[in-house]
Ligand binder design. Structure first.
Ligand SMILES: [Fe+2]
Length: 399
């Protein structure tokens, strides 16, 4: 994100003395990607950002995975995963749905405030399916609501505080890399170009510092390790609250983008999935299908052609509207379909014929396409409907 912002109290020149009202110094911290060779921000802390007073192991939610074997398209009903029970929070309550060595997709229905958390493995892109939350970070807070992607750069200390009367439903896409707008939509210096489906004005970033005075505070850190998925967890106890930043500036910060601000790219005949792309990361992309006018050639077929995208696993999360191509398959709000590489997929029987002459699709879905095959986490296994693979033929192994 090469869009410069300056928030709060920063000195006129970087790396110079920045003094508190009592004459003491603020502590400058550079948060940067790819060593010192990519985007970064400078933060000014009241306390030492490296100070620790204790540490212990954080036993992460179950990260074990099982392969998609035998290879089948799948339908996962995420809304079945949180059916009553004690309220959980948006960090420790996540249930792993799908994962590979590049990305983990978890789901959580959170009613409780999360602990302070930093993902030191990669960026997170959290999609808010419904409900609302305040996301407090070292950079300031973001108010997140239905349809928002909240992009949190690696190692951003933050916490999720549900607001409103309903729990917040979060679809958590955890990269092992950085999440960014597609390169083809960026100028050589990082500005979003005219043909991009969104612009900098659509991105919301913290606008005021978040300062909390509190001592001996726990921060849950997810980091690289030797547990399942190459992960491990640690709880750090820090002497002063991490929200002690009086100002920051730079091009690296958390931000939110609402799916309703994505301007769809349409054509006379069917447009390929890359026109729906919103973000990219290493070895996977994030796309969204939004309500739009559809293909307007007089002989157009508005639903997709069957496709065997041999290099990808395709994960669609249905978050609103009525998805034309999947009618008759049992898929609805809160469903996830997994169409694995190695198997051709496309509209359910009758969907092509029904779509002819359509002018508008009222559908809303978030898609993750991965280059490496995805495996099932315990959450994915727990909500597999077991029948989707047979929905094109109308009969399964039982006859
Ligand atoms: Fe597809």
């Amino acid at each position: 994100m090469a869009h410069y912002r300056s928030v709060g109290d920063v000195p006129r020149k970087r790396h110079t003395q920045h003094r508190r009202p009592d004459g003491g110094l603020y502590y400058e911290e550079l948060v940067g990607e790819e060593g010192f060779s990519s985007d970064s921000s400078l933060l000014y802390h009241a306390g030492l950002p490296s100070a620790l007073v204790d540490a212990r192991t954080w036993h992460l939610p179950d990260q074990e995975t099982m392969p998609n074997s035998p290879l089948l398209p799948r339908h996962l009903r995420l809304h079945d995963l949180f059916d009553g029970g004690a309220p959980v929070d948006a960090v420790t309550g996540r249930r792993l749905v799908l994962a590979n060595a590049d990305v983990r997709i978890s789901y959580v229905v959170a009613a409780a405030a999360s602990p302070l958390y930093r993902n030191a493995v990669g960026d997170e892109c959290v999609y808010v399916e419904s409900g609302s939350a305040r996301v407090e970070t070292t950079f300031g807070h973001l108010d997140a609501a239905q349809g928002d992607y909240v992009v949190l750069p690696r190692a951003t200390t933050h916490r999720w505080l549900p607001t409103g009367n309903e729990p917040v439903r979060l679809y958590c896409i955890e990269a092992n890399s950085h999440v960014a707008p597609p390169k083809r939509y960026l100028s050589r210096y990082g500005q979003l170009l005219e043909h991009a489906p969104y612009s900098e004005r659509d991105l919301r970033a913290p606008s005021a510092p978040e300062v909390v005075e509190q001592s001996d505070v726990e921060v849950y850190v997810k980091h690289r390790g030797r547990g399942p998925g190459g992960l491990a967890g640690t709880v750090h106890v820090v002497p002063e609250h991490p929200f002690d930043v009086v100002g920051w500036d730079g091009c690296l910060y958390p931000y939110a983008f609402n799916i309703s601000d994505f301007e769809p790219i349409t054509g006379r005949v069917h447009q390929p999935p890359p026109v729906h792309q919103v973000f990219e990361a290493h070895n996977f992309v994030i796309c969204n299908f939004v309500p739009r006018k559809v293909d307007y050639h007089p002989l157009a077929v508005p639903v997709p052609y069957y496709h065997s995208n041999v290099d990808s696993d395709e994960v669609m999360f249905y978050v609103g509207g009525d998805y034309e191509a999947r009618k008759g398959s049992g898929i609805g709000q809160g469903s996830v379909s997994l169409h694995p590489g190695g198997h051709s997929h496309g509209p359910q029987p009758g969907a092509v014929e029904r779509s002819l002459g359509a002018e508008f699709f009222d559908e809303l879905a978030v898609m993750v396409d991965t280059f490496r095959p995805l495996e099932f986490g315990e959450g994915g296994t727990a909500c597999d409907d077991g029948a989707y693979a047979w929905s094109w033929s109308g009969r399964g192994p039982a006859g």
